[in-house]
Design a protein around this ligand. Sequence first.
Ligand code: ADP
Length: 591
Amino acid sequence: MEDSTIISKGKVTAIVGNLVQAVADGPLIQNGICYFVHGDKQIMGEVIKTAGNIAYAQVFETTARFRSGMEVIFTGSMLEVNLGPGMLTRNYDGLQNDLDKMDGVFLQPGVRTFPLDQESSWDFTPLSKKGDTVKAGDWLGEVPEYHIQHKIMVPFKLEGEYELDWVAETGEYKLTDTIAKLKNGNGEKIEVNMVQTWPVKVPIKAYKEKLRPGKLFETGVRVIDTMNPIMEGGTGFIPGPFGSGKTVLQHGLAKQAAADVVIVAACGERANEVVEIFTEFPHLDDPRTGKKLVERTVIIANTSNMPVAAREASVYTAMTIAEYYRSMGLRTLLLADSTSRWAQALREMSNRMEELPGPDAFPMDLSAIIASYYSRAGFTIQENGESGSITFIGTVSPAGGNLLEPVTESTKKVARCFFALSQNRADSKRYPAIDPIDSYSKYLEYDEYIQFAKETIGEDWIDKIDFVKNFMIGGQEISEQINILGDDGVPVDYHETFWKAELIDFSILQQDAFDDIDSNTPLDRQRYMLDKVIKVVKTDFGFDDFNKVRDFFKKVINLFKQMNYSEFNSDKFKSYERELEEITNLKTVES
Ligand code: ADP
């Protein structure tokens, strides 16, 4: 058991799956951690509801051997994580057990491992000096952790201002060595080392302000950056039927997005999928650092055969770790897959407690729970003026692809971007299968982004995006009419519109995640290509026969694709570009 104060003891009175009811002989706190004593093991649980002296606790491990009358110890602490250098590259479960130190991905009852390395030394450099006034979240010093400078901060739990009485000089220190002494107004001294703890369900608010996101978070994925942009500190979600390319997209985001640290919460996955993540991730190259992607990644995983409570813990643990790195002035990307399985866990517990059910038997407050989780993402300014961010992208896996179910609906209300992976597009191998019409980014309407886009991308960038989006909608309508009336049943210019929409689809929306060049398109290249495509789309070629339209655009599309596969501005790229100009000009002159 962790050092936490025991506030009461009690006896188990009922067991319903992972929900255990107990009677306490003293006070109880909401979300307090408790331990069920089983032989020489202590199995952890969390009090999720109290009624007088009755506690309802969700247990993070199997309750198979639980019996009525079993002893339980209630603590005054909530579920906490240990935060400090050495988390990058690690694979944790929802309770921050180091999965690599455990026996496979299956929790052994009552076994807990310390999540950080207590033996290794860190190369500390002070960033504050004696006499400085400091408060929670201020940077006392830093240690290199792979490619980042990991800040050692004033513990988030400390309230008010302190005087820095002593800070360690540059040198090697272990996690638990004292690196600073703080003095409060009463002259009391507090020793600080490189590890601090924080309750996962409470947002870390050690920042000066949270701003509305408005700065593009580049992902290198054209259909996101150009068409449905997500902001640094923004939120988005991906619903995806099986096989629609969700995994490929998430890997792409983890690899390419402009993040210093990537936190992956694999929530309620099947065990083999989790094993897949662990075996695949270490091999992914990091195009940003030239090293391995794992070096800027923390994975929080739990499998569907673990008790549902562990799922809940994992999403909160992941968010807390992201907040910790954000406080260091870093850009973090949090990917959670799948938030639906988390919601299912909430539903199971709610049903076991026989609460009044909301739609589809989810808890009544599902929307509020999802909203408050999403609201922990964001773009923050630290006290010292540095900015940090958590960009959050969750996936939902609605049963039968029904986007009207409560989890998707609740998520839609709070996430600002929607990347709709569509079965139809996946079936026709139009990858990434993000539907151009159903998907959206509400940031396109944010003044902050409009301003940003004007200044850094182009004066009329947003107008161009509007134009392309509307063109796709028109193209879709015309495609339906051609399908109904037949090729001969519509005017030739319908065909031209149809093929222009295809050109946008093939050259901007579709992107080969397995090609070194095409997989990752920097923003300046996205702008260049979009301008080129729009130029063709806005040209009236005046064809007289739909067969000619098709032949012409097939050539044009092919040249655009060749350009996408060539290094930007290389000789090869330029020769395709010249060819493109020739055939488009030629055709313009002819007509
Ligand atoms: P999901 O995780 O949704 O079940 P995957 O991400 O495994 O689906 O994708 C299924 C298959 O789709 C992949 O194996 C790959 O062949 C193809 N695919 C998905 N996205 C792309 C892409 N951007 N480029 C090329 N192929 C893709």
